[in-house]
Design a protein. Sequence first.
Length: 116
Amino acid sequence: VQLQASGGGLVQAGGSLRLSCAASISSYAMGWFRQAPGKEREFVAAINWSSTLYADSVKGRFTISRDNAKNTVCLQMNSLKPEDSAVYYCAVGPSRTTVVTNYPYWGQGTQVTVSS
């Protein structure tokens, strides 16, 4: 199973970025997590066939979407803040949860840096 994430970069606070992730398999749940230096990997957003789930810290600013025909998941990130800076990882798994260990397959990560 391969997941290829793209779209990270450097942006000023208040700006936007769009992350994409292409998976080599079709999966019920697709999600995004992030990990800042010295911190644990944390949940950002997840989506199954019909519903989405967001961390409170990104609710209203980030939007997750998927294209089932292409096995891709995207994360539109608006109103970015310096505290959003992290390596962002996409993941797929059998259930739409916030728990890292419930996702068996992970992409390589893409860096997002938000300057103040």
